[in-house]
Write a protein that binds this ligand. Structure first.
Ligand code: NDP
Length: 492
């Protein structure tokens, strides 16, 4: 397990010598300590990234050569998947099969962007057709420069991959600041980069607290672009910091995503996707379908099966066989989610099942899978992101009402609809004001497809070609055909 900062290809302690504790959420015990980076370390990391961008080989080498290194990084992640998944379980708490999934997706993300890096050799220049022959114009795509990436704790290694892989593919250099709650797999990128032969200074990793390490990164004039995933309040701070120097930004923020279930679906199919939509990764998922709208005709039967299946969910340590719900990431998140549940009860929502700490698991940050029904639309729990295993349910009578309730939120990340009538499902999908829409499922995510939100859920799109474009500038190059007449000032 690494414990130092990775700057300019070297491992070093924080300049202040400070460290912070890494806590296992399954028992609240400190199991490791890592460097607590601050402004001086960010200064060194940005200087290294700047030098690597301005004078180093990385942005100047062919996409195919960058692709070779990205592929090696992907291969190394895949080769170490078991070890990295175990690290993620210890740091974040998630069940092992979900952690394995994350790491496989992480390796896949590097392989995907390796292919796009290679394609850039042909795609980076495009001729723009003009209605005249006097000029030819090309649009040329170039790396944006030094990127600062700030990532959250819910999918630590994968959320880093969504930024590191496209940034490196584009030819950018980067400073990565992981969440203080889950720094360990992010640090492993240092040794993965070393092994793959990534030039020094291209990827720099500074662990530390948000205000101490994250904020100086967002405010540093040497950073050209900021990429952030996390909460709306922190996203807003980052946008304000970026405004000062007009940095390019991409933000992937929170959500309160709806799942609309029409009465014509199979009950068990709906139960499966409602459960997956809110309880995978302990509900600590930005796109979790945390508001479920159920057509009245199917409501009693569906609720009965939903409650029955929810009560069967095995809660426990992420390494235990068959566990589907691990501990929440931290004591702070545990307190926050339990407080939200109390608030829901006080606001008049009906607590159908769960709502507390599971018996026998008091030593860790565990919360029972929780269902609230008849949740008032004006209540805090209906409107705000809880980021835990808590789902809010209401009924609806018509398609129009379902769409209105679904869209009645300041967020717009995900939305899902289930119906046997695909025409209706498609109509509703298009009526949703959200960036990611699922029909007859909830949550499946593909590296190839755009990911991001409407409204307060963010700015820009990650993944796919959209993810690569986040790290590219477009330059216009216009060439004058000197044989054609011009002479504006200097006339015969
Ligand atoms: P934050 O948004 O505060 O944290 C995300 C990242 O930003 C972390 O790396 C954090 O560092 C960093 N950060 C914090 N403050 C600053 C700052 N001033 N400048 C720069 N970087 C900063 O989320 P929290 O961890 O506090 O979680 C709070 C809530 O946010 C959750 O309950 C959930 O609702 C939401 N959230 C949403 C996520 C999503 O995927 N959309 C992911 C995570 C959280 P550090 O960890 O050291 O504070």
């Amino acid at each position: 397990m690494q414990n130092q900062l990775f700057i300019n290809g070297k491992w070093s302690p924080a300049k202040s010598g400070a460290i912070f504790d890494v806590v296992d959420p399954s028992n609240r015990e400190v199991f490791h300590q890592v460097a607590r980076g601050g402004a001086a370390d960010i200064e060194a990391a940005v200087a290294a990234a700047r030098e690597a961008f301005d004078n180093g080989p990385w942005p100047r080498m062919s996409g195919a050569r960058r692709a070779g290194i990205l592929r090696k990084m992907g291969d190394e992640i895949a080769a170490r998947s078991n070890e990295l998944a175990h690290l993620e379980v210890r740091d974040n708490g998630k069940p092992l099969p979900e952690a394995v999934w994350d790491i496989e997706d992480t390796a896949g993300c590097f392989h995907f962007y390796a292919d796009l890096a290679e394609r850039l050799d042909n795609d980076a220049e495009e001729d723009i057709p003009l209605p005249m022959e006097t000029f030819t114009v090309k649009a040329v795509r170039e790396p944006v420069g030094v990127a600062g990436a700030i990532i959250p704790w819910n999918f630590p290694m994968l959320m880093a991959a969504w930024k590191v892989a496209p940034a490196l593919a584009a030819g950018c250099t980067m400073v990565l600041k992981p969440s203080e709650l889950t720094p360990l797999t992010a640090l492993e990128y240092g040794s993965i980069a070393e092994k793959a032969g990534l030039p020094a200074g291209v990827l720099n990793i500074v662990t530390g607290y948000g205000p101490e390490a994250g904020q100086p990164l967002t405010e540093h004039p040497g950073v050209d672009k900021l990429a952030f995933t996390g909460s709306v309040p922190t996203g807003s701070k980052i946008m304000q910091a970026a405004a000062r120097d007009i940095k390019t930004i991409s933000l992937e923020l929170g959500g309160k995503s709806p799942l609309v279930v029409f009465g014509d679906v199979e009950v068990d199919e709906a139960v499966e996707w409602i459960l997956f939509g809110i309880f995978w990764n302990q509900g600590e998922v930005c796109s979790a379908t945390s508001r479920v709208l159920i057509e009245e005709s199917i409501y009693p039967r569906l609720m009965e099966r939903l409650v029955e299946e929810t009560r069967k969910i095995k809660i426990g340590h992420g390494l235990e066989e068959g566990v589907l719900l691990g501990p929440l990431v931290s004591q702070g998140q545990h307190e926050k989610v339990l407080a939200a549940i109390e608030r829901g009860k006080a606001e008049g929502a009906t607590l159908v099942t769960g709502g507390g700490v599971p018996a026998g698991l008091e030593q860790g940050c565990y919360v029972e899978p929780t269902i609230f029904a008849e949740v008032p639309t004006e209540s805090w729990i209906w409107k705000e992101e809880i980021f835990g295993p808590v789902v809010c349910i209401r009924t609806f009578q018509s398609e129009e009402e379902a769409v209105r309730l679904a869209n009645d939120t300041r967020f717009g990340l995900g939305a899902a609809v289930m119906s046997n009538d695909l025409e209706r499902a498609n109509r509703v999908a298009r009526a949703f004001r959200a960036g990611i829409v699922w029909i007859n499922c909830s949550q499946p995510t593909f590296t190839e497809a755009p990911w991001g939100g409407y409204k307060q859920s963010g700015i820009g799109r990650e993944l796919g070609e959209w993810g690569l474009n986040n790290y590219l500038e477009t330059k216009q190059i216009t060439t004058y055909d000197r044989s054609a007449p011009w002479g504006w000032y200097l006339r015969e």
